[in-house]
Design a protein around this ligand. Structure first.
Ligand code: AMP
Ligand code: MG
Length: 349
């Protein structure tokens, strides 16, 4: 029966030229109880499932247009983006859109709160390691020392007129942009009257409301030591589940060292402070996204101390020994899976 449905769907889509939205990359697929939108954007495969089959297709296309709009604004590697214009505007106030302004403000707030573990100005370092062009290399210490001079979120000035970056400074919203995109999409869905939806943007999940049967969403947490496996799952509603992991983008150098894409703005080197992955669960996808990157940089002890001092988000840290460290808010919401049933969990009270 399932196979028949799939076949029917394939035929149905083939016969309906309107099902593909004008952006070739975007596909919108109707099913009995939901719509699925798929898109490759921001270097990531994105999938949105909206549990409201009566939502007009045009409305769903409009909701997804936000993703492409934001990609065009925020990409640091797209020469025509607003962020690229900003990165070339040294010493002059550059006007920005309200999206870029809001996002930059959130980024700077998290940078301050995490004492620069998240630093929106780390872009020169990210580039030096070749992560923007997938042309990986290990920079010399001299080069990093020089670039570190240009990394300091406290020197980014936002005024009513725009944003001012000092000479040499460049920003990168790669550590927060997907979280923000999830926020914008979820808000657009709410405005269309949707009450149940799930969006996956790479390591980011955003959920709207609960499942249509009233139960909680179950979101899997990957094993960073074997990314084909899940360690467990969290049960959530109306929230974000955002993971930063070294395994998401990395390369191996000639000597067999692994270098990943999350950089410690203090040293200029990929952050290796005891953690393999960090999952942050809470309101505000942009904040959760920036925090997951920041906690990864902080490492085990500092991240635990940060989490102990707040109640806004929950988090799951997985360290290099495979140990799980979790905020106590997850006690009734996290379940270990399969072969992981006996894994050690340390609770942050
Ligand atoms: P995420 O996957 O959300 O942890 O973000 C990682 C991305 O954020 C990288 O690919 C870089 O573009 C950027 N990034 C790397 N290190 C930092 C940092 N310390 N602060 C802010 N952004 C960073
Ligand atoms: Mg992040």
């Amino acid at each position: 029966m399932k196979r028949l449905t799939a076949l029917f769907m394939a035929l149905f889509m083939g016969l309906m030229p309107g099902v593909r939205a004008e952006e070739a990359a975007l596909t919108l697929t109707p099913a009995q109880d939901c719509w699925t939108a798929q898109l490759f954007a921001m270097d990531t495969f994105m999938q949105l499932t909206v549990y409201d089959p009566s939502l007009p297709q045009q409305d769903l296309a409009e909701v997804m247009d936000n993703v492409l709009r934001l990609e065009k604004l925020l990409s640091a590697t797209e020469p025509t983006s607003e962020v690229s214009a900003l990165n070339a505007s040294w010493g002059a106030v550059q006007p920005v859109s309200s999206d870029t302004r809001t996002l930059l403000q959130t980024a700077l707030a998290v940078s301050a709160e995490t004492q620069g573990a998240f630093d929106v100005t780390a872009f020169p370092l990210v580039k030096a390691w070749g992560f923007t062009q997938s042309a990986y290399r290990v920079p010399q210490q001299d080069e990093l020392t020089e670039l570190l001079e240009q990394v300091d979120y406290r020197k980014v000035l936002i005024s009513d007129e725009g944003v001012l970056l000092p000479e040499g400074m460049q920003i990168d919203l790669g550590g927060i942009g997907k979280g923000y995109t999830g926020d914008v999409v979820m808000q657009a869905l709410r405005e269309k009257g949707v009450t149940s939806a799930l969006m996956s943007l790479g390591g980011n999940i955003a959920v709207l409301g609960r499942k249509t049967d009233g139960s909680l969403w179950k979101i899997a947490v990957r094993d960073p030591q074997d990314t084909t496996q899940n360690i467990g799952y969290v049960q959530v509603e109306e929230t974000n589940v955002v993971t930063s992991g070294g395994y998401e983008r990395y390369f191996e150098d000639e000597d067999g060292n692994i270098w990943w894409h999350i950089i410690d703005p203090e040293t200029g080197y990929p952050a290796r402070n005891g953690l393999l992955s960090v999952t942050v669960i809470g309101p505000g996808g942009a904040r959760c996204d920036a925090l997951s990157t920041a906690l990864f940089v902080m490492g085990t002890d500092e991240a635990m101390a940060y989490l102990r001092g707040q109640t806004e988000v929950d988090a799951i840290l997985i360290d290099e020994t495979g140990r799980l460290i979790m905020t106590s808010g997850l006690r009734d919401r996290f379940t270990l899976m399969g072969a992981n049933a006996n894994r050690e969990i340390v609770w942050i009270e």
